[in-house]
Write a protein that binds this ligand. Sequence first.
Ligand SMILES: [Zn+2]
Ligand SMILES: [Zn+2]
Length: 278
Amino acid sequence: MARDQDFRVRFWGVRGSIAAPGPATVRYGGNTSCIELRCGSRLIVLDAGTGLRALGGQLAAEAPLDADLFLTHTHFDHVCGLPFFKPFFQPQNRFRLWAGHLGGTYTLQQVMREFMMAPLFPVPPEIFKAAVEYRDFHAGETLAPAPGITVRSAPLNHPNGATGFRIEYAGKAVCYITDTEHVPGSPDRSVRSLIEGADAVIYDSMYTDDEYARLYVGWGHSTWQEAVRLCKPAGVKKLIAFHHDPEHDDDKLDAIGREIAAAMPGAFLAKEGMEIVI
Ligand SMILES: [Zn+2]
Ligand SMILES: [Zn+2]
């Protein structure tokens, strides 16, 4: 039984853009974005990439579940696990799916129907047996998914939009900032205000500064060096680099891990299976 003040994070998918399984990525993991948060006995899931499938396998044994799943956005690598999430097929469960990046152009339910539709996908979301509610909001709003849990949000700089989150529970704060592109030399003020004084910040560190400048301006992602530039002056205790480039193998990530730890005490790379007590 979880103690009420327990605030934990577990990584089920840490890879950006596309799953990258295989011997060269086995230590950091190949699954795309999915994070489990436990706020006492409450469950919150962040993003629904391929990592969601394995999380669902574990959660199926915990039914009945009543939980919230926050999507940063609906790019494929953040939603493709949804049709394979076992708890959606258990009638005793209740989920709320939240998205704040659609700006009223679409509803989240419309996007789900279009993504789970022939000839892209064989079955529609109506096959889910759990009660699944779709909740649209505008990035920037503050949400209260359950008593004692506050979720602040902010829009991120990403093609088609994305939402950054700050989840506050038991006097602690965890921020989830992916996918987002920085402007070199001009720290993102809304990200800076969201992460101020946070206990942990999980940040889009897809590239190095050098790769970004040479190859990836305008691709919608950031760098581990920018993560340090944002988190150090904001007094962040733990910086967790996330959304690893599928082209970065374990040895490359080990090298980045050494550099980020030297640049900021308390900074390290997310790994699939890693659990952190906040
Ligand atoms: Zn992504
Ligand atoms: Zn994206």
